[in-house]
Design a protein around this ligand. Sequence first.
Ligand code: HEM
Ligand SMILES: *[C@@H]1O[C@H](CO)[C@@H](O)[C@H](O)[C@H]1NC(C)=O
Ligand SMILES: *[C@@H]1O[C@H](CO)[C@@H](O)[C@H](O)[C@H]1NC(C)=O
Ligand SMILES: *[C@@H]1O[C@H](CO)[C@@H](O)[C@H](O)[C@H]1NC(C)=O
Ligand SMILES: *[C@@H]1O[C@H](CO)[C@@H](O)[C@H](O)[C@H]1NC(C)=O
Ligand SMILES: *[C@@H]1O[C@H](CO)[C@@H](O)[C@H](O)[C@H]1NC(C)=O
Length: 332
Amino acid sequence: MFLPVLPLKLLLLLLHIGIPAATAQLQPDFYSQTCPKAELIVRNVIDKAMARQVRNAASVMRLQFHDCFVNGCDASLLLDDTPNMLGEKLALSNINSLRSYEVIDEAKAALEKACPGIVSCADIIIMAARDAVALSGGPNWEVKLGRKDSLIASQEDSNNIMPSPRANASYLIDLFSKFNLSIKDLVALSGSHSIGKGRCFSIIFRLYNQSGTGRPDPAIEPKFREKLDKLCPLGGNGNVTGDLDATPQIFDNQYFKDLVNGRGFLNSDQTLFTNYWTREYVRQFSLNQSKFFKAFVAGMIKMGDLQSGRPGEIRRNCRVVNSRPVDILLES
Ligand code: HEM
Ligand SMILES: *[C@@H]1O[C@H](CO)[C@@H](O)[C@H](O)[C@H]1NC(C)=O
Ligand SMILES: *[C@@H]1O[C@H](CO)[C@@H](O)[C@H](O)[C@H]1NC(C)=O
Ligand SMILES: *[C@@H]1O[C@H](CO)[C@@H](O)[C@H](O)[C@H]1NC(C)=O
Ligand SMILES: *[C@@H]1O[C@H](CO)[C@@H](O)[C@H](O)[C@H]1NC(C)=O
Ligand SMILES: *[C@@H]1O[C@H](CO)[C@@H](O)[C@H](O)[C@H]1NC(C)=O
């Protein structure tokens, strides 16, 4: 093959990174030949993590949302910052909030032992999120696999994309539509808040100064507001946590029943019952759990299909990119 004369560094870059495979073809049996126990291994790790602390399920499941919305499901979220790269971990929505990264590390370590260099961290997040839901009493479903791990991460991209807990429904409808996710997908996926906790920091404004009015959010049911005021006094510790719904360890449709009763934790939750376009879905899901589960699974699969089209690799350690000769050259 004739190679034009290229600068050495550029040539090495092409050889080592390869030509980007625009988008991977995702399929359910992707590891059936190369790592047949992959899904079993991940499920066991999630099971053990939940035995240590039930909340690990919620925290691991949330990682799929924060990974997939920022440049596709590529485990960019998991990259630690480096001197040359501010990653996503310290972005506005993630700092002091995302947790259970070590559960993904554990799954990766077990997979590297069983089938080294085969299973991507991006796929681990997708499997782990599914397992967390299934093991919390929610639906189980078949996931598509075959994702690659990103070579970079961007704190700025995360800051620009991930929604604030103050967001209203019309903003969220708009945001989700940019990812080809419908109003129904938005409401169903918000049902992920059926498990887990949020911080006082995330609700203090709606308790004491909603939209700069100096008043609380009028959509909060008074008894519930009393309870939240006690949990989160003005000037108190913003890291104190409260339950996202009345049954925070069980994946069920209680979240939607709570919204109907004005007992949503976050503004972004309660606004789904205030808004005309989302309210009917909240009502339906509150009355029919199967309907919620079905829509939730469809939403998770659609969200899991998001891809950036950028080049990728199978990371050996989910927190750092595999070092390539070109990195060493560029640094020297
Ligand atoms: C619709 C827009 C969304 C907003 C504005 C939002 C915002 C938040 C906020 C503010 C918290 C609490 C964080 C804290 O206070 O530290 C939270 C927790 C959580 N979110 Fe969301 N979220 C959204 C959608 C989603 C989606 C689509 C998923 C997953 C499919 C998800 C899964 C979770 C889970 C499981 C928790 C609890 C985590 C834990 O206990 O560690 N969220 N979310
Ligand atoms: C929703 O939020 C957006 C952006 O923050 C704001 O411009 C808009 O006025 C809000 N809409 C409603 C109905 O409050
Ligand atoms: C958007 O979602 C629909 C299904 O809801 C799907 O058929 C279509 O291919 C998706 N388009 C893109 C660009 O992802
Ligand atoms: C409420 O928020 C508005 C606008 O952000 C601000 O100007 C005002 O000082 C706040 N009021 C209180 C009591 O904190
Ligand atoms: C929560 O705790 C972290 C350290 O663990 C601290 O840096 C941060 O400022 C605290 N956040 C709030 C809102 O109090
Ligand atoms: C609940 O939703 C499921 C799934 O969409 C549907 O098959 C079922 O008929 C609904 N049940 C009732 C009582 O409406």
